[in-house]
Design a protein around this ligand. Sequence first.
Ligand code: GLC
Length: 447
Amino acid sequence: METKKMPREMTGAELKSMLKSSIDFKSLGGMKSPELTLPTEKKQWWRDAKIGMFVHWGLYSILGRGEWVRFNEKIPDEEYTRLAEQFTGKKCDMDEWTQLAVDMGAKYMVMVARHHDGFSLWDSPGSYQGFTTANTGAHRDFIKEYTEACRRKNLRVGIYYSNMDWRFPGYFDPKGKPESAQAMKRQAYNQVEELMSRYGKVDILWYDGSWLNHSGSDTTAAWLWEPVALNKMARQYNPELLINPRSGWEGDFYCDEGSHEISGKIIPVPWEKDMCLCSGTSWGWMADDPVSDLDWLIRMLADVITRDGNLLLNVAPDGQGAIPEKVKTRVRELGSWVRENAESIYGTRGGPVEPVDKVYGTTFRDNRIYLHIQDRNAFAGLTVPLTEYTVTGCTYRGQKVDYTQDAQGLRVRLPEGIKGEPDTIIRLETGRPVQIAEDAEIYFTGK
Ligand code: GLC
């Protein structure tokens, strides 16, 4: 008798153990809403895109001590508010930012529209106390400039929005100060509506800060935010909008945040690794923040795509809106590697062979499988357990490579003399298109 695999729920801890993975999905356990579920085919562009560029820029960038500086250093309201007059965006050229995203190989961007400090980077009537770039030093609407610049470069448009705002006492004491908490919620609804309705088609809504009083996760304060209603409103304006899981609703994809390495099995659901191009000590600009090593970034990208994820890489412009030279250089170096190896990245899915941590992994597309090899010595002794597909061709940078295939799998003799490559890519031709079960019916719940 044929048995049908039933969808089942899995906790974050169980998932981690099943996948023997270092991934740590944030904000699991969000509310469910069948009406909000986006059909699989509407997410394909995002899964094909693979790389996005994240931008954290706000008043905190002037101080250069991280985007949490207002809270961490208990900066008095007046003092922090005054910074807005200095925030002129003198060096902010959105065409330069979007060009840098293109140079990185990104197909989409996500820009912080308002972080936890409450300062809005657009002309926002819904902003509490009118704390916006339109009313202060810059007298500009950076979200308008950003969305237009993205479209000029054919980049999909993503907007980051923090529901919570430290300026409201109701954030710190939502039950004791319910009016203030409600005012903060009203601001979120009004501002999300502005962002979703005034700037043309938005592709990604990337929430953060849906927790309250520094406790719980993004999903524990759904009683306040009512994320299903909030997201239904957002989808009225953008019916195909992809929404991350951090509003308290489960979202369209999962997020692993931070610079920890990725190991373990393929995760056959839409997921995104979010991390900084620099040290990761802060998402906002810091002077002298060291940029990550190029080879390390390339390996991270390979680890993510061979496990079927996307990489959202953060760059931080300084207080004037200039992106540091060393950041630009690293972005372009990464991008040139991506361009050279584009066919093994864009439009692929992770698999069909499970990765071996730090040694190799695979991506595939149509009749091709790409071996991404990080450790050529370790790989040399291995048999790739590829038996379902007959390999009909094997190349490295267009040159034929020797291989044998039998009932155990595939052995590839790597060409001599390859040096210094963080990811050696071998292209395999298969007799028929590779297919794996996409969107395996696993639902991840709380930790
Ligand atoms: C965390 C931080 C926030 C940052 C975000 C990026 O939630 O609190 O500052 O913007 O991660 O994913």
